[in-house]
Design a protein around this ligand. Sequence first.
Ligand code: HEC
Ligand code: HEC
Length: 291
Amino acid sequence: MPTKTEKELYQGKPTTGHEWDGIRELDTPLPKWWVYVLYASIAWAVVYFILYPSVPWFTGYFKGVLGWNSRAEVAEKIDEAKRGQSRYLDRIKTQSADEIRREPDLLNFALAGGKAAFADNCAPCHGAGGAGTKGFPSLADDLWIWGGKLADIEQTLRFGIRSGHEKARSSQMPAYGTDGALKPDQIGDVAEYVLSLTGRSADKAAAERGAKIFAEEDKCISCHGKDGVGKADLGAPPLNTRIFLYGGSKAEIVRQVTKPQHGVMPAWAGRLDDETIKMLTLYVHALGGGK
Ligand code: HEC
Ligand code: HEC
């Protein structure tokens, strides 16, 4: 070993021999622990390179001796989620909407599934969240044309309303004006009566004449009920609230009585599977006004 010159020793310690303006650089070795950690990291990296996919190789890339693959892992996770879902779906298949409603975890799953299916299939007509617009009833209030019990809603969904399905809800309001069953002034009177049912000021004498027509046995009362409370089994909406499917102004009521709209709701049996129909039933029921 060559002896260090005075220049290479500083206060008895070796220096690198570099000096700047009288400041010398000590040649202190790296701490042992630091060096060992470095060697361990290098060894670990080599092991890792061998076990896991690492470097480009002749045929694509080196796949590692463990054969691990992030895509396989994702596929496995998806499978696992599907197995979890099918556990729920199997239970939904075999249970009625009423039974599902009594099991909180199953109900939560059904509501989430129903929400997604609603956005895809129903929102175009009934609006986001079932808010409804003219001609398409709100499903988020507690006023039901065809009934708001789970069984009523499920029946409506499965077979539709005037959908052409043989089990569809199909009652229709007669066209009093175009059939000539009522004259225009009689229709005006009966519209005044409907307005009075909603609590809006109306021509009193006309409303009284209208009330008589309304209550004739084969007329309005047979479907809309006494005082216009509505009849769910005939799909005749209540006329004594401010909520109207086709608008509540006198002109709109006259138009409906003269030549009614026959709203059509498609049948979903055969288009959506059984589980989805049940999930939708529970979702619609929970939107606000389920009975
Ligand atoms: C093509 C438009 C259309 C689509 C799509 C549609 N509906 Fe309807 N729906 C209607 C109309 C119109 C009515 C009202 C019919 C009537 O009674 O005059 C209705 C009525 C209903 C009723 C009865 C409301 C009551 O007050 O009794 C329910 C429940 C309902 N729809 C749920 C759904 C669900 C759930 C979906 C999705 C699977 C859906 N609808 C898709 C048009 C539609
Ligand atoms: C055979 C049963 C039936 C009879 C009779 C009937 N309606 Fe209707 N009415 C209905 C049905 C069903 C609807 C819903 C129409 C639809 O959804 O397309 C309706 C809707 C209406 C509406 C619209 C309600 C809304 O929410 O916009 C008015 C107003 C109305 N009827 C008034 C009358 C009057 C007045 C009479 C008597 C002159 C009458 N109806 C007789 C079945 C009937």
